[in-house]
Design a protein around this ligand. Sequence first.
Ligand code: ADP
Ligand code: MG
Length: 734
Amino acid sequence: MRLNDELNDTFRLTEAQKNALKKLGVRTAKDLLYHFPFRYEQGGSESTVAGLAAGQEASIIGTLEKLETKKSWRRKIPVSEGYIRDATGRIKCRWFNQPYIAKMYSEGVVVKATGKVSGSGEKLYLANPQLQKISPTETGLFASQEHSSKKSSGRPSSSTRIFSQNVPAAPGLFAIYPESRGISSLWFRSAIKKLLWSIKDDTLHKDPVPADMLKKYNLPTLKTALVWIHQPNEIKQAEAARKRFAFEEVFLIQLERGIQRQTAEKEKSFIVEAEVGDFVRDFPFSATSAQTRAIGAVLQDMHSGHPMGRLLEGDVGSGKTAVAATAVYAVVCTRPEGQNFGTLQAAYMAPTEILAKQHFDSFIKFFERHPINIGLITGSGCYKFPSKVSRDKITNISRAQLLKWVAGGEIPILLGTHALIQKSVQFKHLALVIIDEQHRFGTNQRRKLARKEKRLPHLLSMTATPIPRTLALTIYGDLDLTLLDEMPPGRKPVITEIVAPKKREGAYKKMREDLAEGRQAYVICPRIEEPDTEKAFALQAKSVKEEAKRLKKEIFSEYEIGILHSKLKTKEKDEIMQKFANKEIDILVATSVVEVGVNVPNATMIFIEGAERFGLAQLHQLRGRVVRSEHQAYCFVCPESRGEQTLARLKALTAAKNGFELAEQDLLQRGAGTLAGGKQWGISDVGMEALKNLKLVEAARAEALEMIKKDPALSRHLLLAEVLQNRDQQLHFE
Ligand code: ADP
Ligand code: MG
């Protein structure tokens, strides 16, 4: 069998298994080998009674109690029963058809019982456990669990050494796989075992990670790692294997990004040259020093003759738009090379129509002293400023007209949603692309946008999504980073309060006061509907629909309440947001869809229900919705439970300086799962695990950069070049 062979040909799969594998995206032998277990269960070494779960293989050391033999009433076979008790409790043992058990052992004797935990709920029992007597002098071994987990190496685990006479070596660990209906961990274990034996070609020995690198970081080879991740003898092996795959993944991503960066750096781009001092002085505020630094970096990049690739990272409200507008200004003040008329062009892409419109409005303000055409293209219409008839009005124009003006260069600034990157949109001299809240926008997309140009436009990517440094280093490895780490002055920090579920009234009272003064509020709920339709959630989690009804009926009857969630159509969402922005709605009850931002400066309060269900970084972003005004803003976070941990976590919100800090705390406390899905970043679960480890990420990055420097075309690492090529193809197929 070979790595690329289809599984169907080797295994006689049932229909259910076929479907299950398809759902998991497992098609070939290789896919199966890379379907990693998500945890392991100890087959032989000890567990404690507390914490046992049905289905698990467990060994308990304890004393036997209440041994007796009965006849089962239904099948008339003898059943021996008893209990084994350890420091944490007791569990029933049952032996079918082994009447002698009760005679062989006496009560109070210390044994190790190994068997499968069966039954359910309160009625768990060990089925047909094997018993091994342990002499009472050895009962100090109740502590042996600690031993074996602390120091395990290639040697037999401590328990086997001490027990050598009485207890055989631990049968090892069982891999537990992410299952789906129709296919079990048991199937995966045996299928993978078969595969590891039967793969005949030498692909398993072709390790893309160079041997010296493996040695340097003490990582297992590909073949060893595959065996260790699926069939570890001890947890250390599984950990080493996972570390290796994580390293490999981050290393490959870094190579990819490094090569992209290298390619981009070699390309030619427009030389943008403009004096922006007056433009900045015309801001209705004075720029923060972080904004000034960012503008400086962007101008320098765009002056180099090579395409800029820069990420501007700043919390909501840190003033990214002003930086973007200045970059655009510099571009539209620059003439195309060898031309004494016209200007270079800039495109600005926003994730939603509302945001695109909002940016259109703010650009009109930023450019009000400069006679320049600004266009807006969205799915539902096209606009231009200024209108021909009146110099201070926006006009609605046809799409064809807009496209003509953009292609002719008469509209130098075009804003829009992804309608902006459709084929029909052609620029004359596109020199700068700005992407707002877009996670990835690569060289290829840039090239597509600039179809007519031989030169690659500059790229300024902007984000307020707080992600930890390791993730930023990984996914944005091809970009230079600028942090806007300073808020404009004069903003009053949001007052954040943790509200006990029974003390909502206090918060409502404060909200009522500010609503009476004309302010507006968000109420965020974890769910859209009531539990019937979303059983996965615990019963008490508040839903948008019910909470909106309750607030209208019992709390804020005199105010207009609207709802917003992801199941609404785009048009409905836009209408609701528009109403909220126009103050036709006072209180907007929503799911976290409001997270990616809409600017309603008059909304100064946010009440977050079920707060412990959100990551800290996400809470911080939600809170960012209300930092946009001169008025004092409030954020009430209300958890459903009052656990110590919950409180401690939420308290971090009141102390945090910025979202990136919180994202890092999320990662360390709650794991990579809180980073809203690795899929969106194109990183596997194992890769995401690695992001907890800054050292590993930095090492993989340093190695990748070093390699590209020495061997830019990877001509001495053909295997790596091939793997990257395949990755690239996979990405393009998706
Ligand atoms: P971001 O896009 O980073 O979330 P915006 O660019 O929308 O933030 O800016 C948020 C608000 O802050 C806007 O109303 C903007 O006019 C204002 N603002 C930006 N920079 C400053 C500054 N230096 N001083 C005062 N207000 C500013
Ligand atoms: Mg913004």
